[in-house]
Design a protein around this ligand. Structure first.
Ligand SMILES: Nc1ncnc2c1ncn2[C@@H]1O[C@H](COP(=O)(O)OP(=O)(O)OP(=O)(O)O)[C@@H](O)[C@H]1O
Ligand SMILES: [Mg+2]
Length: 260
């Protein structure tokens, strides 16, 4: 069976600061470097994806959230090429007002079906806000699969549980094809019993095959982000770069995309 093209992967967790954006930016850059035509969509109005890719946007730049405006844009109008070949961004509108989001949870899914997007990309990654709002529901409604980065301590596991509940709700109600592609330990420290226990618990709960190889704690990832570069460009020999390469390999396999 052929994998869906483009494959739409939402990076989600109900908890803040679990490495969603770091993961979205580095995976998007990694997929593009491996020959996948990749579109990164920033649904989080913090707008961090553009920062992580070192992109400064012009005034009046159309953004992902304009899809929900009274007069919605065609999503392809918001696409901006990055400095890296094969990687494009749809940035976030940092002044977007959440309370004005319409109740339509299928708007993004419909927009991604437009030929300019559906035919232009192999992979679409969506970075999502930690809040449970319609932006997150739109991401889950549009995705083929979701990836949940988590920091392995007790509170973070609650975030994964909440997200998993939401995942099953959306899968039952509106997007029956949605898969849980993986849970990804972030800032992992193998010397900490709590981290090892946290990972074991999630492997038990969601299946060992869902647990991805961990991303270790590496300050270079924060430095790369601040420098506006993917880790593979900023510090290709760092632990962070090595760990994300391993995750990229596994994800390409899990998405059954092998012809890069
Ligand atoms: N493996 C890592 N090692 C060290 N620091 C990391 C690692 N991954 C992410 N960070 C840092 O942790 C912080 C939070 O990461 P990030 O912004 O990616 O999380 P997030 O889930 O997107 O947050 P939010 O919920 O606010 O959108 C950032 O300062 C980032 O640089
Ligand atoms: Mg983020």
């Amino acid at each position: 069976m052929h994998p869906p093209r483009p494959f739409v992967l939402a990076i989600t967790n109900r908890k803040g600061g679990t490495g969603k954006t770091t993961t979205a930016v580095n995976l998007a850059a990694g997929f593009a470097a491996r020959g996948q035509r990749t579109l990164l969509i920033d649904l989080d109005t913090q707008g961090h994806c553009a920062l992580g890719l070192g992109m400064s946007l012009g005034e009046g730049q159309p953004a992902a959230q304009h899809l929900f405006a009274e007069t919605p844009i065609a999503l392809e109008e918001a696409i901006v090429p990055s400095r890296w070949e094969g990687l494009h961004l749809i940035p976030a509108d940092t002044s977007f007002q959440h309370d004005r989001t319409p109740s339509d949870e299928g708007a993004l899914a419909r927009a991604l079906a437009a030929p300019a997007i559906a035919e232009g990309y192999d992979l679409i990654l969506i970075d999502t806000p930690p809040s449970l709002d319609r932006l997150l529901l739109n991401a889950l409604g549009a995705a083929h699969a979701t990836l949940i980065p988590f920091v392995p301590h007790p509170l973070a596991e609650e975030g994964v549980r909440q997200l998993a509940r939401l995942f099953f709700r959306v899968a039952m109600a509106s997007n029956a094809n949605l898969r849980l592609l993986g849970v990804l330990p972030i800032q992992f420290d193998g010397r900490t019993g709590q981290h090892k226990r946290g990972c074991a618990q999630l492997a038990h709960q969601y299946g060992r095959e869902r647990l991805l190889p961990p991303i270790r704690n590496d300050i270079r990832l924060a430095e790369a982000f601040a420098a506006g570069q993917p880790i593979e460009v900023f510090a290709p020999r760092s632990r962070g770069a090595e760990d994300y390469r391993r995750v990229l390999d596994q994800l390409l396999e899990r998405m059954a995309i092998t012809d890069a």
